[in-house]
Design a protein around this ligand. Structure first.
Ligand SMILES: [Zn+2]
Ligand SMILES: [Zn+2]
Length: 824
């Protein structure tokens, strides 16, 4: 709702000016405040306000007008904190939906959605008031007061700048006194991180020849360069033609060329991104586009775009985004990983230039705020981002794309536990537009929706490059189980294939989804494993750091300490991680250039891109990596993929472990042979007969799905049910268990005594979580299963309300996880 209509509603209705405000605190519901007329015009939806709450003053977000209540019962808004709204009014119903569905305080939903660090970029500005402008000349003002008011007449400014302008210190006390007199008013203003993109001069050809103008050899040279290369940055021309700046200047004044300031975009590797035209689509791509257009013609349409790895889904996205923009709409593209965002950004910049904004956690707080403001000011109709970009303040959304929709990183696992893929469908529904969920290995949930007709299903079965999908050879690890050293993990087949690949001068990728050196270090004397002191798991030995580390809480312990159980000095580094694999491969192929890509080697900003660049430039022969390498990267020169152990995730106590394993294996296999030469995959496994492995071998998603869905149906797991997980955690073992049991008893009681609940909801647990201690907190789980999300939601709310919050000094916490992904 616009500010004008609130104004009308309030004044036209002759009601008190009441506003609905969400406060940034963990409290349920929204609150009504009144505003005095001075603030009324500025308290519009999307702005932050300062409100009294209990005995505190807290930040709130204006959601809109509230039903009028007798004004004397209401507290008043103290101040409006922003000059302009921070989010658009059309996001408000979306925020309400999220708060309701995920059972999370709406003020916290909004706070999490807004770019972090807002307060870092908040400044007090002073402005002159109407009253001060009309002060009679006879008013008794000090010289400094006069100077301040004169200065402010030319525009609002910060205290610091006032002192600079007046060339003497201006005390804050003076401004506060003047504020009390009503001569100046204080406003909070946001300044971004000043990350404007770099500008450069772009030379554009206007006329090949101009009558009466001489054609010198240098001019000739510049004209033909422009003819061949199109618009060219001036600094590029300077490299090609001596004295280009002066010559181009002369040519511009005579009308040969036109020089304009343009934003210089660089790809993540630092190379300039040059504008490009859309390539010719394949027949299959055209059919896919037609299908999407038909489905999306009627407004809201959720569409699964299932295309094998390398089938050119990104080109489809580019076309759809171009269509949306042609219809004066905006488009939102979600990508699961920062490294992939750079890739996606490059292709979108080449096509759409400055129409693109990016939002992800790799940006500094200032950069993020800057991007947010550009989107809000409608400077960029296209937004590309990771999961949190689902909250981008775009108006008039005409298309949402979720690339690699199966990726688990769309689910946030802290604070508000939302799934950005699911929210994309909700936001598309609110915006009445199409949402494209793209994947080569769709999630079982999404595919089930397509099968049952809730989603439109569009398929692409062929790669755009001439290469077919790679051959996958399955190699059984069981015969080498009793070998020692690296022969236990690298079969002769894989070693031979690696050697051949190196001989041909091609690149290989080795995938092992376990970082560190050894994940099961234990004592040679008493056999006791090295455990984390905060979590219920063993530590992983990291050779480079010479330390044991916990992958859950970050606890680190120096490696030269004796066994904590018996004091023996030697520990055995059992288990196999990427560091040990790297060492083994170095020993086998001493001449090969080997790089490792996992969370340990990519922690520093830019390090991941450096690895990708080296790979692209052929400076790496063998890349070793964890699941990071499985995520949709385009590695054109990799012809051999070795999956070192396919089973690492297969036996986790989680009903999605088969699905996750299939997706990982099929995605990793899909990295092979994307360029000119065919690819080959060697998949090592202890369970060659497992249906997940045999299906992944052929990237046979459908075969995998048929089997998996039967299993889910028989156990009543999603998509045949919905789940809510209640995770109870606390530092005191007894208190945690006690609260979990209290919840369990109360829940069972309800289910027994109320037939309506009983028929619709199953309560499992409480049980100790598979990871029963993390970061020093004990963990218990309860699982609620049902078919109706609304019933589950109501039951969860009422149960928690009836039991009440955990009491006592032990600080037990209950986390509500709606549609949980990880069951550990
Ligand atoms: Zn020991
Ligand atoms: Zn730990």
């Amino acid at each position: 709702m616009s500010s004008a209509s609130i104004h009308d509603e309030i004044h036209g209705g002759n009601a008190a000016a009441c506003l609905e405000v969400a406060v940034a605190l963990p409290v349920w519901g929204t609150f009504t405040y009144r505003t005095h007329t001075g603030l009324l015009s500025s308290a519009v939806p999307g702005r932050r306000v300062l409100v009294p709450f209990g005995t505190r003053r807290v930040t709130g977000y204006v959601l809109g007008p509230a039903k009028a209540v007798p004004a004397n019962e209401l507290k008043a808004i103290l101040d409006v904190l922003d000059d302009e709204p921070l989010f658009t009014a059309d996001l408000i119903p979306f925020f309400r939906w999220i708060a309701d569905y995920y059972i999370y305080p709406i003020g916290e939903v909004i706070r999490g959605a807004l770019p972090g660090g807002l307060n870092l970029y908040e400044f007090n500005q002073y402005a002159i008031t109407e009253k001060a402008c009309q002060l009679p000349d006879t008013t008794d003002l000090s010289e400094l007061e006069k100077a301040v008011l004169d200065c402010l007449r030319e525009g609002a400014c910060r205290l610091k700048d006032l002192s600079t302008h007046l060339e003497r210190p201006v005390p804050g006390r003076l401004l506060q006194a003047m504020e009390r007199c009503g001569w100046v008013q204080r406003k909070k203003t946001l300044l971004g991180g000043r990350t404007r993109p770099k500008q450069e001069k772009l030379v554009h050809l206007l006329h090949r020849s101009i009558p009466g103008e001489r054609m010198t050899p240098r001019r000739q040279q510049i004209l033909s360069y422009l003819e061949h290369h199109g618009d060219t940055p001036l600094h590029t021309l300077r490299r090609v033609v001596p004295r280009a700046t002066a010559i181009v200047g002369g040519m511009a004044s005579r009308g040969f060329v036109d020089v304009r300031e343009s934003v210089a975009y660089r790809d993540p590797f630092g190379d300039p991104i040059l504008p490009e035209q859309a390539p010719e689509l394949t027949r299959e791509q055209r059919q896919a586009l037609d299908g999407i257009h038909q489905a999306g013609a009627r407004g809201f349409a959720p569409i699964l775009l299932e295309g094998v790895t390398g089938s050119g889904k990104t080109e489809i996205y580019l076309h759809l985004v171009a269509d949306a923009i042609a219809r004066q709409k905006t488009a939102l593209v979600l990508v699961p990983e920062i490294a992939l965002i750079s890739q996606m950004e490059r292709r979108f910049r080449a096509r759409f230039g400055e129409k693109v904004a990016v939002l992800h956690s790799g940006l500094s707080a200032g950069e993020r705020l800057d991007q947010w403001m550009r989107i809000l000011h409608r400077e960029t109709p296209i937004v590309i981002g990771a999961r949190s970009a689902i909250f981008a303040p775009q108006r008039n959304v005409g298309l949402i794309v979720v690339d690699e929709e199966h990726d688990p990183s769309y689910k946030q696992d802290t604070h508000l536990r939302y799934n950005a893929r699911d929210l994309a469908v909700v936001r598309a529904k609110h915006s009445r537009c199409a949402v494209i969920l793209g994947s080569a290995t769709p999630s079982v949930q999404t595919y089930h929706n397509a099968q049952t007709g809730r989603f439109v299903h569009i398929e692409m079965t062929r790669r755009v490059t001439p290469q077919p999908l790679p051959e996958v050879d399955i190699v059984d690890l069981s015969p080498v189980r009793s070998e020692r050293g690296l022969r236990k993990h690298l079969t002769p087949e894989l070693i031979t294939a690696l050697g051949q690949t190196l001989e041909r001068g091609e690149q290989a990728l080795l995938f092992l989804n376990r970082r560190g050196y050894a994940n099961y270090p234990h004592c040679t004397s008493c056999g006791e494993p090295v455990r984390c002191r905060n979590c219920s798991i063993t530590l992983t030995y990291h050779r480079n750091a010479n330390a044991y580390r916990c992958h859950y809480c970050g606890h680190s312990r120096a490696a030269n300490q004796p066994c904590e159980n018996c004091g023996a000095a030697t520990l055995w580094h059992f288990g196999f991680g990427t560091e040990k694999l790297e060492e083994a491969v170095e020993r086998l192929f001493p001449a090969a250039r080997i790089a490792r890509m996992d969370r340990d080697t990519t922690r520093r900003k830019g390090s991941l891109l450096r690895i990708l660049k080296n790979l692209q430039q052929g400076a790496i022969d063998i890349l070793i990596g964890t699941q990071m390498v499985a995520k949709g990267h385009d590695f054109p020169n990799i012809t051999l993929v070795g999956i070192v152990c396919a089973d690492t995730a297969l036996n986790l106590p989680d009903f999605r472990s088969s699905e996750r394993t299939f997706q990982l294996l099929a995605q990793v296999a899909g990295r092979a042979g994307r360029g000119e030469r065919p690819g080959r995959v060697i998949l090592q496994t202890y369970t060659p007969g497992h249906f997940t492995i045999t299906a992944a071998r052929k990237q046979a998603f459908h075969a995998f799905y048929e089997k998996e869905i039967q299993h889910r149906r028989s156990l009543g797991y999603p998509p045949y049910s919905r789940m809510v997980q209640l995770l109870v955690s606390g530092k005191n073992r007894g208190a945690t268990r006690h609260f979990a049991e209290t919840l369990g008893v109360a829940g069972r009681d309800w289910l027994q005594n109320d037939r309506a609940w009983k028929n619709q909801i199953t309560l499992l647990g409480p049980v100790e979580a598979a990871l029963h201690q993390v970061a020093g907190r004990f963990r218990w789980q309860l699982l609620l299963k049902g078919t109706q999300p609304s019933t589950l939601n109501r039951f969860t709310r009422e149960l928690l309300q009836a039991v009440g919050p955990p009491r006592g000094p032990e600080a037990v916490k209950v986390i509500i996880d709606v549609d949980p992904q990880a069951m550990m």
